[in-house]
Design a protein around this ligand. Sequence first.
Ligand SMILES: Cc1cc2nc3c(=O)[nH]c(=O)nc-3n(C[C@H](O)[C@H](O)[C@H](O)COP(=O)(O)O)c2cc1C
Length: 185
Amino acid sequence: MKRNIGTGLALYPTPLVVIGVIANEKPNWMLVGHLGIIGHDRIMVSLAANHYTNQWIKKNNILSVNIVSEDILKKADYMGSVSGKDTDKSQVFDYHTGDAGAPIINDSPVVIECTVDDIYKTPGFESFILKISNTYADEEVLNENGKIDYRKLKPVLFEFPTYEYLKTGDVIGKCLKLDETSAVR
Ligand SMILES: Cc1cc2nc3c(=O)[nH]c(=O)nc-3n(C[C@H](O)[C@H](O)[C@H](O)COP(=O)(O)O)c2cc1C
């Protein structure tokens, strides 16, 4: 018998990303765990409306979504603890500028450069619907077919209820071929 635990968020774990914007001609970075996929060419990040980052997304219409691997978790965690309103976070990551103008973290293995397609507003929040302009991936996380190998990338996962980071797990089977490839029946 399941217990009804109310209407709190339960859709976890999610991947963890650092959002990068240009703010006053230098980068500002922010940690984000509330995000999603829309269709096949858009993603969504859900931000509290009062964050420093939001105004720069709206002003420049360009941002980067940097996937957090274990290697950059410590720096990424810091980006979730202080605001660009009163702390200069621009020196923490080495970065370069993407083809569309967003700041790209050199040490993030996969970075998605996006423009803003729409903003879905709910009380206290702005969820940005983003169109993908470019995806940059380190050679080390690509397989022989040029696709991202998430077993190599090992994206860090996030869960809000206990405010913890989780390690990416092992492969348990191939999609639609579980009978042939998996111990899960
Ligand atoms: C693990 C973690 C996940 C977070 N996820 C989100 C999120 O999805 N949306 C959000 O608005 N803030 C999120 N935050 C909080 C922001 O990262 C934090 O308030 C940050 O300082 C905002 O930066 P800014 O004011 O420079 O924009 C998260 C913080 C942590 C530690």
